[in-house]
Design a binder for this molecule. Structure first.
Ligand SMILES: [Zn+2]
Length: 304
């Protein structure tokens, strides 16, 4: 919950981000989260899994006592990130599916999130949407942002639950129906953004971390054109970075996340980018605000 006064510009507005693992809330959309919290909105994060099968990605944290207690360690990291971002966080209680490695890929582990049937997997989120009554919900695109099975599942349950939460026929035992006004996909892994940051690094004589990645990643103009919404949030990149660092097992402070100087990021790409997928309010795109078109107490449902 934010401590912003009731007269804050976003007072009364509610945003729910649905993420697959602890740390995803800090690596996707975290600066806009911090901005909306600072402006008085109520921002919630639903985390589908506990990140139980995540690898330790920071060599400085790769120690046996941490690996043995990874679930508890990641829970504590999430609490720190939550406090830094000023959000309220909710665990949906599913088990991390892990990143399948090998050729051919091994079957997903029994009981993992990705294998839970959709109707069952969406139920806790339907309940949460009806309880929190968010005006805006964000999730990943149909490719998962990147193709981790939990990210794709997160997309599927978010799209289904935001529709089902509004349907009185669905899960009548899980609360009063609630219509989310706007549903967005994150566009965090954006080739244009990476190219712009890369070009700026090179222009400043700095070593870019993206050289190889950009060579392999062909331009995707049609995909890039799906971005409808660019939220200016450069002044909150510092909060985003602190939240990321709180996930110490997942984020190497000497790794690529921090290879581009923050000043350069602010100068070159000071927004976080989203795609408006469903809207029940009048909100012409392009826009620069996830809450555009939402008027408290006067939301007129209409299909977009
Ligand atoms: Zn993830």
């Amino acid at each position: 919950m934010s401590d912003a006064p009731a007269t804050a510009p976003r007072s009364g507005l509610r945003l729910l981000h649905v993420h697959a693992h602890p740390d995803d809330e800090s690596s996707k959309g975290a600066a806009s989260t911090a901005k909306y919290v600072a402006e008085g909105a109520e921002v919630h994060v639903a985390t589908c899994t506990g990140g139980e099968r995540g690898s330790i990605l920071n060599p400085k944290m790769d120690r046996p006592e941490i690996a043995e207690n990874i679930t508890e360690v990641r829970r504590q990291e999430m609490e720190r990130a939550r406090d830094i971002l000023g959000i309220t966080q909710h665990w949906l209680g599913f088990i991390d599916s892990g990143w399948p490695e090998g050729d051919p890929k091994p079957p997903l582990p029994e009981g993992c999130f990705a294998l839970v049937p959709l109707e069952e997997a969406a139920a806790p989120l339907v309940r949460l949407i009806r309880e929190l009554r968010p005006h805006v919900l964000t999730t990943y695109d149909e490719r998962g942002g990147y193709p981790h099975p939990d990210h794709i599942k997160c997309h599927e349950i978010s799209v289904a639950a935001s529709a089902w939460a509004a349907d009185p026929e669905k899960y009548p035992e899980l609360g009063e129906p609630w219509q989310v006004s706007k549903l967005y996909y994150h566009h965090s892994f954006n080739r244009q953004r990476m190219q712009s940051l890369h070009d700026a690094m090179v222009a400043h004589g700095l070593e870019s971390p993206w050289e190889e990645r950009l060579r392999e990643w062909k331009p995707e103009p049609e995909w890039d054109a799906r971005v409808t919404t660019k939220v200016p949030c450069g002044e909150y990149f510092g909060v985003r970075d602190q939240a990321l660092l709180a996930h110490a097992t997942q984020i190497d402070p000497d790794g690529f996340w921090f290879a581009v100087p923050r000043e350069l990021q602010v100068a070159v790409w000071p927004t976080e980018d989203f795609e408006l997928v469903t809207s029940h309010v009048s909100a012409p795109t392009p826009e620069d605000d996830l809450f555009a078109g939402i008027t408290l107490g006067a939301t007129i449902p209409s299909e977009a």
